[in-house]
Design a protein around this ligand. Sequence first.
Ligand code: UDX
Ligand code: UDX
Length: 460
Amino acid sequence: MNPSFKKKILCIGAGYVGGPTMAMIAHKCPQYKVTVVDINPDRINEWNSENLPIYEPGLYEIVQSARGKNLFFHTDVEKGIRESDIIFVSVNTPTKTFGVGAGMAADLQYWEKTARQILECSRSPKIIVEKSTLPVKTALAMERILSSANNGIHFEVLSNPEFLAEGTAVKDLENPDRVLIGSSQTPSGLKARDELVEIYSNWVPKDQIITSNIWSSELSKLVANAFLAQRISSINAISDLCEKTDADVSEVAHAIGMDARIGNRFLNASVGFGGSCFKKDILNLVYLCRNYGLTEVADYWESVVRINEYQKKRFILNMLKAMFNTLADKKICLLGFAFKADTGDTRETPALYIAEKLLEENAKLVISDPKALKNARKDLKGVSGDISYIEDPYEAAGGCHAIAVLTEWALYAELDYQRIYTSMEKPAFLFDGRNIIPHQKLYEIGFNVYPIGKPALKHF
Ligand code: UDX
Ligand code: UDX
């Protein structure tokens, strides 16, 4: 190893968060050696190949710039722990599926296992950085585990939640709104905090690196996601009312978004939010509130998730009603399966729910997506029904009775819909779950168009 490396950084967990975050640190800080480890050898092989395990615009370029120089991916977790000064922990913390808190609380088994492994393999003091989203007070549990051996090695735990969004991860990492670092307020806590500040200040302006107590930092991540999801659920709830009143949800969003106090982002009505974080983090917050006996507060946040479930259900019911209350044997093309554009990730994607419900109605599905077909196949494995996967949207839509746009891929707004219309069964329907298609134009071509939160454009 190059002995001139100033610090050795390790990240445990080479996922959507750990991989891009470490690639950015390595890219911006050639003086640090950055190693990313994961228990999944296939993932590590992919990180070491030309086909990275995740699709993110611009990611390959930064990985390539640093890989083999100061960025390394491997599976030897123990060696990685031994050799590092700073350890980021970015293992997944899914919603618990068993026991107390099932379906709500965070499953911390990987987290705790990792803490114990750090303790076992460490021969020198280390800074441990929580990157994964966790319930408040997890750092305390971590500290207790790490100090349980009483072996004289000091571990300082910091919270540094990641706010990157998928699809824009590289941009978000390069130019973050803020970096948040929580630490304990002891001299050693503050010293560790400063070491982490120093890493980020290689490219992030100092006034955008904010510090806080560790509990505020842990809670801020949950709250940020809850507020973002709440905006979507709020506008989605209004989309339902718009459909009943001939108001147009985009016009309403535009009008309220121009109020500087409200702001114009995250007000796009949709078929529902997805992704690995929003639902999980809100449920985590709800569970936390219930634990502290805050029933009203818990109910309030839980309703954000409930509206999201309702929005997906409403979409299906609208399709069914519009298509003469039967979908049996009708071929339906899903344009988009990823939970949002510019990613191949399908975790919690509304498209999965829509697909399952359409199959329950005995519809035949043709699923199209530029990056998510591999994950779509995995998600629908074992689900019975007539499903095909076709990347080319023209081929996918051919012979279909309806199209449902489920992901806001830019390419779907620019397709040759005349060509598509000609190849479809008539009457041809288009359900735009993302409001990205030129509705009037499609109506004029001959489609019956059903947007979200706007009057439908129908020929009968
Ligand atoms: C991250 C955070 O960890 C999560 O808490 C946050 O809410 C969302 O972002 P993400 O990177 O998206 O999760 O998860 P994932 O892509 O599943 O990556 C986690 C990685 O950790 C996986 O590659 C998994 O193999 C690895 N892992 C898991 C370990 O290396 N060791 C373990 O014990 C468990
Ligand atoms: C989110 C947070 O934005 C990020 O800060 C956090 O670190 C992780 O969780 P992500 O899940 O990657 O990021 O995607 P995001 O852009 O927030 O979108 C979540 C979902 O909301 C997607 O399904 C998206 O399509 C949907 N959405 C977003 C809407 O339906 N309407 C909107 O106006 C915005």
